[in-house]
Ligand binder design. Structure first.
Ligand code: GDP
Length: 341
């Protein structure tokens, strides 16, 4: 489940005030009075309606923003990590808290000015009090205007995050372009993979499900453009995006092309492997040599020797050879890692 799909739309401070004051005017002008009603009574009723309506709208809109956000502490892994990596959990909570507080300040102002208007002696005084109330409400909204802009952007981003089922393990694939990652993902995942935009980058995240005996056993995630080039050359946002994806993974499959048909040397590929490993800290990284159907034995031997200090799997994603074994092995390692936690 994607926990952010139902986040409220966040208006800018200016938009919020426009909406509130426009509605307030409309409500006040739709009031009707019996003939002969004293001007002071009519004036007070109008100004009270204005202050009440504007206050209610601002209060409810601000409340809605905060209430539409799920409790950060109850969020699961990836989504909480994402907030932490991109915005900082404490910072996010502080900002939501200040919006919530602002809603109560608006409510208090509304009550106070309604009381004052009730005691007004003249239509002019009532009008002046209403203008004062508007001014003070505007100041409150102006004060949180930057935070509203921040939330508007953050909510848009969070809504677009890919829906990842966190109840089953996640395998993230990595490796240079053209080594066979997407061929592998489409070969092992039976459902057609979901392609979701990935915030802050022009990249997509591809999430495929793997079923066994009609039970979903894991998800496989490909991130074209992210985990397929040296991380050291990335900008800050991309590094953050990479961190979030790595947080999402239970395991990373590093796919190598020993035939060099992808255009990258073995050395370049091993260097990238080193970077991914140093970036992924405690996440297991499994190396898989792909395209063994066309790889020549001498090169394969050379790669095996270079990686002799680790377990290396081999497959042909194109022919579907050994692909199930790779998934089984990954799940076994995930199981062992979990057991060791
Ligand atoms: P990606 O950029 O890493 O996702 O790579 P692709 O999956 O798009 O594959 C790049 C090219 O390699 C395509 O032409 C695939 O058909 C080919 N390819 C992928 N896996 C294999 C394989 O196991 N054997 C052979 N011979 N070709 C493969």
């Amino acid at each position: 489940m994607q926990p952010f799909r139902k986040l409220a739309h966040v208006h800018s401070g200016k938009e919020l005030l426009d909406i509130a004051f426009r509605r307030a005017s409309k409500s006040a002008s739709s009031l009707s009075f019996k003939r002969g009603t004293p001007p002071i009574v009519m004036a007070k009723a109008r100004e009270i309606t204005r202050v009440r309506t504007a206050g209610d709208i601002l209060y409810h809109r601000l409340q809605k923003i905060v209430k539409s956000f799920p409790s950060i502490d109850s969020l699961e892994g990836f989504y909480r990590d994402f907030i932490d990596i991109f915005y900082g959990v404490d910072n996010f909570k502080r900002i939501l808290g200040s919006i919530y507080k602002a809603s109560f300040i608006i409510k208090r102002l509304q009550r106070r000015y309604v009381r004052l208007i009730k005691r007004a002696q003249t239509p002019e005084e009532a009008r002046k009090l209403c203008i004062q109330a508007y001014g003070r409400m505007s100041s409150v909204i102006d004060m949180i205007s930057d935070r509203l802009n921040f939330l508007a952007e953050a909510f848009r981003t969070l809504k677009s995050l890919p829906a990842v089922d966190l109840s089953v393990p996640r395998i993230v694939v990595s490796g240079y372009p053209n080594v066979g990652k997407s061929t592998f993902v489409s070969k092992v995942s039976t459902a057609s993979p979901e392609v979701a935009e990935y915030p802050f980058t022009t990249k997509n995240v591809i999430v495929g499900c793997i079923y066994k005996d009609s039970r979903k056993i894991c998800q496989i995630i490909d991130t074209p453009g992210l985990l397929d080039r040296p991380i050291s050359e990335r900008n800050v946002l991309e590094k953050q995006a990479i961190s979030a994806i790595i947080h999402l993974a239970n395991i990373i499959l590093f796919i190598m092309d020993p035939t060099l048909s992808s255009g990258y040397t073995i050395e370049e590929q091993i260097n990238l492997l080193g970077e991914i490993e140093s970036y992924s800290k405690n996440k297991p990284v499994i190396v898989v040599l792909n395209k063994i159907d066309i790889a020549d034995e001498t090169t394969l031997e050379k790669v095996r020797r270079e990686l002799s200090d680790r377990k290396v799997l081999e497959m042909s994603a194109l022919l579907g050879e050994n692909v199930d074994k790779v998934i089984e092995y990954a799940l076994k390692i995930i199981g062992e890692t979990k057991g060791a936690d």
